[in-house]
Design a protein around this ligand. Structure first.
Ligand SMILES: *Cc1c(COP(=O)(O)O)cnc(C)c1O
Length: 394
């Protein structure tokens, strides 16, 4: 097999979930976010691990991903975060997937499918998303009243949760978050004034949890007679979100410091040296000769390229680990291969393990290291790891 793989520490994921649940308790319960193929970590490995860690709720991208999650976790509540496409309501029902819904057509399609399946009154749960300022998904608070009749007595649908997404939870003391929660508070007031009751308030990501928002969300829920559900993703995979702006020195919430100490990375991405060569000064490396050896150099060919998710722009400006040391990527990253300068690293041999993400001896490379070099975020780094990179449980 081509040596380019990702090791998934399912035990770390279980422990991360338990730790996050302990941070959240007693104010809120947690949903384990496994959308995007578990942030590129493999739904097949991570959904069951989250369930073993105690997750009762899983969040997936689509009905397709929900069907896969249902097969893996027969007892989990599966929430379809991006709603569903037209024509998928019957499948959502069949596999007991709970949609996040906000469009009238989504709600009506689900009600029609539920009636056709002979569902009894209030037997099909729906999580209604409110747009509190992100302008992505969700009903605008001013348009809520159009939705209410859909949950009138006799409807097969039950408004199980009211949901929103905080778009700036990773900004310390975010004014935007306060405003979003104020809008949510008002929307919840309107919903109960219309005689509707939702059991859950579904709000918040990793940053909200680690910034210590659980108590506040729990209090907001309690004011409306609801329970709170929070939805961490990144932290579940052992990565602590960076806050921008960061907390002032001494102001860092205890939950964030605790998370830094407790969370364990779940994914390690590895390859191997497949060949070595020594080149004289002046030899050029890779497409367009963007690197020329300034001295006699020793080069290692590695079985990883941009088709595996190693971004091409990292050529000549990033490094990978070999024998516990940082080896610079020289020349352009090719589709399936890249070249490391191992001149300064004694004893490198064909077959040596190369670490792209993870630790080797005292060195490590994190998803944030890539994110900073690439001008993106760890979420994108993880989800770009190519499909052909085999994920294996360790
Ligand atoms: C992805 C996502 C989350 C999880 O976000 P993290 O920052 O990874 O914790 C929570 N809620 C919604 C709606 C999401 O799309």
């Amino acid at each position: 097999m081509r040596p380019c793989w990702a090791e998934i520490r399912t035990r770390a994921l279980e422990e991360n979930f338990r730790f996050l649940a302990s941070l959240a308790a007693p104010h809120v319960e947690l949903l384990a976010m496994v959308k995007g193929n578990a942030y590129g970590h493999s739904l097949a490995l991570c959904a069951p691990a989250a369930a073993r860690g105690g997750a009762k709720w899983l969040g997936v991208t689509s009905v397709e991903e929900g069907i896969a999650a249902r097969a893996l976790c027969p007892d989990a509540r599966v929430l379809v975060m991006s709603g569903y496409a037209r024509g998928q309501a019957a499948a959502a029902l069949q596999f007991q997937l709970t949609p996040i819904a906000w469009e009238l057509w989504q709600i009506d399609e689900l009600a029609a499918a539920a009636r056709a399946a002979g569902a009894t009154a209030a037997s099909v749960p729906v999580h209604l998303e409110i747009d509190t300022g992100m302008s992505r998904q969700g009903v605008l608070p001013g348009e809520l009243s159009r939705i209410f009749s859909r949950f009138a007595p006799g409807s097969p649908l039950r408004l199980e949760a009211v949901m929103t997404h905080l778009f700036a939870a990773d900004e310390a003391d975010s004014q935007a978050t306060q405003e979003q929660l104020a809008r949510m508070d008002e929307a919840l007031g309107r919903i109960s004034a219309a005689g509707l009751f939702a059991e859950w308030l579904n709000v918040g990501n990793s940053a909200a949890l680690l910034a210590g928002q659980a108590r506040k969300l729990g209090e907001l829920a309690e004011r409306h007679g609801m329970k709170a559900l929070l939805r961490p993703g990144l932290a579940l995979y052992g990565v602590v979100p960076e806050f921008d702006p960061a907390f002032d020195a001494g102001q860092e919430p205890a939950s964030l410091a605790a998370a830094r100490a407790a969370l364990k990375p779940v994914l390690a991405w590895k390859s191997r040296v497949v060949g070595l060569r020594s080149v004289p000064a002046g030899a050029t490396i890779g497409y367009n000769a963007t690197f020329a050896a300034t001295e006699p150099m020793r080069l290692a060919l590695v079985a990883v390229g941009y088709a595996d998710g190693l971004e091409r722009s990292l050529g000549n400006r990033f490094y990978l680990l070999v024998r516990g040391e940082r080896a610079p990527l020289v020349g352009r990253v090719s589709m399936d291969q890249s070249v490391l300068d191992v001149t300064e690293i004694p004893g490198v041999e064909a077959g040596d393990e190369v670490v792209l993400i993870g630790a080797q001896d005292d060195e490590s490379i994190t998803a944030y290291d890539y994110a900073h070099a690439m001008g993106t975020i760890p979420w994108e780094v993880f989800t770009r790891i190519g499909q052909r990179v085999a994920r294996t449980a360790v």
